[in-house]
Ligand binder design. Structure first.
Ligand SMILES: [Zn+2]
Length: 85
């Protein structure tokens, strides 16, 4: 006798289509030029505080640094004759 009913699984179906969820806008895209940010999850849009913009600039600088490191590592591997500036 399996004592666990399937009812609990049905609750999970609401996760995908519930507009009333708590979103903390942790996954957002930001435009540091206009100071606008929008949540990629709930599409909420807002103007960032200068503190948030500063954090975003630092984050993007760090991100670009990682991309450049990865690209130069890939470039060395794929095109050995590439000249660096
Ligand atoms: Zn959100």
């Amino acid at each position: 006798m399996a004592g666990i009913p399937d009812d609990e699984d049905d609750l999970d179906l609401y996760d995908g289509c519930d507009d009333d969820f708590d979103c903390y806008h942790e996954n957002y895209d930001a435009d540091i030029l206009t100071g606008e940010a929008w949540c990629s999850r709930c599409q909420h849009k807002w103007i960032m505080t200068s503190e948030e913009i500063t954090r975003e600039i630092e984050f993007q600088a760090e991100y670009m640094r990682c991309i450049e490191e990865e690209e130069s590592a890939t470039a060395i591997r794929s095109t050995p004759q590439e000249t660096k500036p």
